[in-house]
Design a protein around this ligand. Sequence first.
Ligand SMILES: *Cc1c(COP(=O)(O)O)cnc(C)c1O
Length: 352
Amino acid sequence: MSRFWSPLVHTLSPYVPGEQPKIADLVKLNTNESPYGPSPKAVEAIAAAAGEALRLYPDPTSGALRETLAAYHGVSVEQVFVGNGSDEVLAHAFRALLGHAAPLLFPDITYSFYPTYCRLFDVAYETVPLSGDLSVRIEDYRRAAGAIIIANPNAPTGVALTRAQIAQLLAEHPDKPVVIDEAYVDFGGESAIPLVADHPNLLVVQTMSKSRALAGLRVGYAIGDAALIEGLTRVKDSFNSYPLGRPAQAGAIASVEDEAFFQDSRARVIAGRRRLVEGLEARGFSAPASSANFVFARHASRPGAELAAELRTRGVIVRRFDAPRIGDHLRITVGTDGQIDRLLGALDEILG
Ligand SMILES: *Cc1c(COP(=O)(O)O)cnc(C)c1O
């Protein structure tokens, strides 16, 4: 606290990211990072970009990266926006699209950055409860609203809506901006990008942090109607002209171009998820079907806080949210087979 702060700063409640402890030999399953690392071609491109040219500012429009993403997703370059991680893309979307007189709607259990941005950007919002099985029910969004944002697959539940359900949501709300945050879509969800062509109110946000194992590079992007992208660009150019450095632009392009590596590593994560779910179910946990690179599991009898603490003493870190309805759930990132074995072994000790 300081008397030198602007008044707004006193009202903020910042997002708290999962911890990044510096403990050796830790099984880190708390922040949904990829266990398999980025494409070696991306790493090479980043190294090649980290040279003498760093004295020059990067392309402020990230034109080559946006061209690459446009070709990959079958849209035009005017329909692509890139930012310093999808968190920044989302921040610009809150500013550019989601603040209206009527409240922004999002699920009561979802990415906790959304209410944080609402406070930072003074966006009025209301939360819509997930159903008892932790799924989003689009009929619950039939109410007064200025805009809607939904993470699909949702976090921290991993539960996905189908593309047909998103299409239905868009059909019911043709006059409101709808943002779909697809941070985890590559692990089994259906992207809404094909719906962009027919829906000028739809913005789809994706990230290279999870399925492309580039969380440390900070690259996210959005795809939507050119007029929505223009709104985001106006906000971006009023904030930071150069959100992506040269290494980030180069590495992201190389990652998108290495389709074989991408397909292989996401298939491995999906296979690991199956193993993780089976192992958890055999130990008394249940979890809603996950389309993400994590599982949101609750034990039949043991409290989540106790399990998380016991795992921690055994060098296994998972994420738990101290919130109504989900306090006994553990969000466990899909690790390598070796990490899954360490988690399950630790649970065997704890559960006896
Ligand atoms: C991880 C995550 C993001 C942000 O990822 P970046 O690393 O900022 O690209 C956005 N939305 C959800 C739901 C996430 O879980």
